[in-house]
Every structure is written in C-alpha cells, then in structure tokens.
Design a protein around this ligand. Structure first.
Ligand SMILES: [Zn+2]
Ligand SMILES: [Zn+2]
Length: 382
C-alpha cells in the first residue's frame, strides 16, 4: 500500500500521548494494530512489547511521518521524552525514570497500571484520547474536573491497555473507540467519577495548582518562586523518596498528626510503581509541605528529630532551594525542641523522682545548657 492510499490520518490532539495517537491511527484505518504496523506501514521492529511512549525508534518516527505527513518534531513531542529538561534531565529507555508510571514490562506482560484516565475528560472529548500527563505518577487528580484519576476498568479490574484493542480478533475489524476497555469492552467514559473528600484540606488546593501549572510554572515553594521546573521537580522527588523510606516512620507520624493525612510505610519499591491511593496521599503531603515551605517541613522534622543525613545520603545532589534549608536548619546535632517536648521531658524527670533542675536536665536528659535553662523556666511556670 502506498502513502497515497492511506485513507485516514487523524491529527494528534492537544497533549496526546504517542501510543494513543498510534492506536487511533490504526483503528481509524480499520486495521488491527499488528496488521497496520507490520503489514501496512512495514515496520519490523518491536513496538507494543516495549514502552513506545518512553522510547520510539527513529525508523518508526520516520515511517509515521511518511504515512501521515506529520512533522517528525510533532511526533517526537507526543512521547514522554518531551518532558526532558522539565521532569528529568534525560529519559533512558530501560532504567526507571523519575515521575513516569512504570509499566513493569516483563516478557510481553505489563505488571502495573501505567496509564491513568479521567472519565469526564473522555466523556467530553468528541474523539476520546489519552493524554501524556496521564502517564505521570504525580498526576493523581484531573486538573480540569478535580476528580481522582482512574487506572483500571471498574468492570473487569484490568489496567488500561489501549494497545491491546483488537488482540485475538484479528479477522474482525476492531471497534474504533479507544475509550473502551480492551478486555471486557466496558466504556471508560461512563465510569462514575470519584472525588477527594477532605474538608478544609489546604493541600488539595495547592496540589491542583501544581497539576495545572506543572509544565509552565509558577513553581512555588512557600514564597520562593523557582525559575526552572527541573529544580522544583527534582527537589520534590527527593522529598518523596525520603518521606517514603523506612527511616521516616516517626516523621510520617508527625506529619499525619499535623495534617490528618494517612501516610504509611510504602508497600512499593518506587513512587512510580505505587498504586493511586498511596501516590495521592504522598502528593497531598508534598503539597502541604510546599504550601508552607519551609516552616511545615522543618516543624515536623524537629519533632521527629529528623536530620540532614536522614533526608539524603548525598545532599550535594539536591537542588539549592531544598539543600539550603536542610543544610542550614537540619545539619545541627543539637535539635531545637518545642516547649511541648521540653515539658514532656521535665515530666519524665519528675516521674523518675528526680528534681527538675537545670543540672539534672543536662545530666539526665542530655539537653544543651541553653535548652536546659529554657526547660527549667517552663517547668517553673507551672
Ligand atoms: Zn478530567
Ligand atoms: Zn474491562
């Protein structure tokens, strides 16, 4: 078949994901994906057994360009590598990439739900399609409809695998709507949207702003305005890694107490491989931290005795806005204790039948001289 005989070549839609456009292209021409890419446009390499949105060969981009007349640059911009310089420095085809939901491809199978969807966006589309942002791990809410992102079909519980539409039905013309579940045919447009019900949750407002402005800014941390998204997302990524680590149990408890969140020790190796409910809770935590940066974070760290070395083994890798705070405020060995903590310590001394004096506070509790004077004064006021 020559280029001229390819009857339909749909335009990529705003923010469309490469695989979504590639699937629509095949279905619009009434071919199964395998037939279309192998026989019609004659591409012999692997496509669907890899994560084509992360890594698309030059040869395939060139063939797509020849058959659709879309500029190569436009085709490249549909892939996740277009986030280079914003979410990460560069995207390799096999190593874990920050922020990209991991498909967990193993021997042709995909172990994780790596593509999310908003049922209301799909419902409003005149031609339903999947967006690039729906592959991002921090994208837990729809910025347009404020509902939770979904990642499985509610009918059969399968993940969304739009590239499997028509598999096993090679002799029939596959249906053309990409919003139908590949496994059971349920229409994902009609999934009932779920909303985040957290009355008075300030973090939710910050999170929605973060999602809305993630690509063009403003990238705000408290009153600081960052010029580059890369530094902003790098800092958030390190914050998440440290918050999810085993070392952060007490810190998580302090944050839960202060915010009403439900952070738990993670069941997943990476944030990008975690389920939606865990990612949502941690992104709300990040939003709370950034909305009151650095006060919110430092107060929780002080209460949890969380120090610089607990945050990152190599703080030099951290962006300046983050490192400057942990270096100046969490680098010390003597922690700043709140009045509440001091009082609790004095009560402990008293319960041990000890006199609550400056000398005893130093010798028995290991407080610095300044802190012991302050603690003794607080105790004396009772
Ligand atoms: Zn939506
Ligand atoms: Zn289904």
């Amino acid at each position: 078949m020559s280029v001229k005989t390819l009857p339909i070549h749909p335009q990529p839609l705003p923010e469309e994901l490469l695989s979504s456009w590639m699937v629509r292209l095949a279905l619009a021409n009434r071919f199964s994906l395998h037939t279309f890419y192998n026989k019609v446009i004659g591409y012999n390499g692997q496509i669907w057994t890899r994560d084509v949105d992360r890594s698309c060969s030059y040869e395939l981009i060139d063939l797509l360009h020849q058959y659709t007349k879309q500029p190569r640059k436009v085709i490249q911009s549909l892939s996740l590598s277009s986030y280079e310089g914003l979410l990460f420095e560069s995207l390799s085809s096999n190593a874990l990439a920050p922020w990209i939901l991991s498909a967990g491809i193993f021997h042709r199978k995909r172990r994780n739900a790596a593509l999310q969807y908003c049922p209301l966006c799909l419902r409003e589309d005149s031609t339903p399609y999947f967006r690039k942002t729906w592959r991002l791990a921090f994208y837990v809410l729809c910025e347009h409809h404020n509902c939770l992102m979904e990642s499985t079909c509610p009918s059969c519980k399968q993940p969304v695998l739009h590239h499997r539409i028509g598999i096993g039905k090679e002799n029939t013309v596959p249906h053309m709507d990409i919003s139908l579940c590949h496994y059971c045919g349920y229409c994902l447009k009609y999934v009932t949207p779920r909303y985040l019900y957290r009355p008075g949750c300030v973090a939710k407002h910050y999170l929605l702003k973060l999602l809305k402005h993630h690509s063009n800014g403003p990238w705000k941390c408290g009153n600081n305005l960052l010029s580059f998204g890369l530094a902003y997302f790098k800092g958030i990524w390190f914050l998440l890694s440290s918050l999810r680590s085993k070392k952060a149990t007490v810190l998580r408890e302090e944050i839960n107490r202060a915010t009403g969140l439900h952070l738990k020790a993670s069941r997943y190796h990476t944030f990008e491989g975690a389920d939606h409910s865990e990612r949502l809770e941690y992104m709300l935590c990040i939003s709370w931290i950034l909305s009151g940066w650095p006060k919110h974070y430092l107060s929780a760290c002080y209460k949890a005795n969380y120090v610089r070395s607990s945050v990152a083994e190599n703080p030099k890798k951290l962006p300046y806005w983050f490192n400057s705070i942990i270096d100046s405020q969490l680098g010390r060995k003597v922690y700043i204790r709140s009045d509440e903590e001091m009082l609790a310590a004095c009560h402990y001394l008293y319960s041990q039948k000890q006199r609550v004096t400056r000398a005893n506070i130093i010798s028995e509790l290991g407080f610095s001289s300044d802190q012991a004077i302050r603690a003794a004064k607080i105790w004396a006021r009772l």
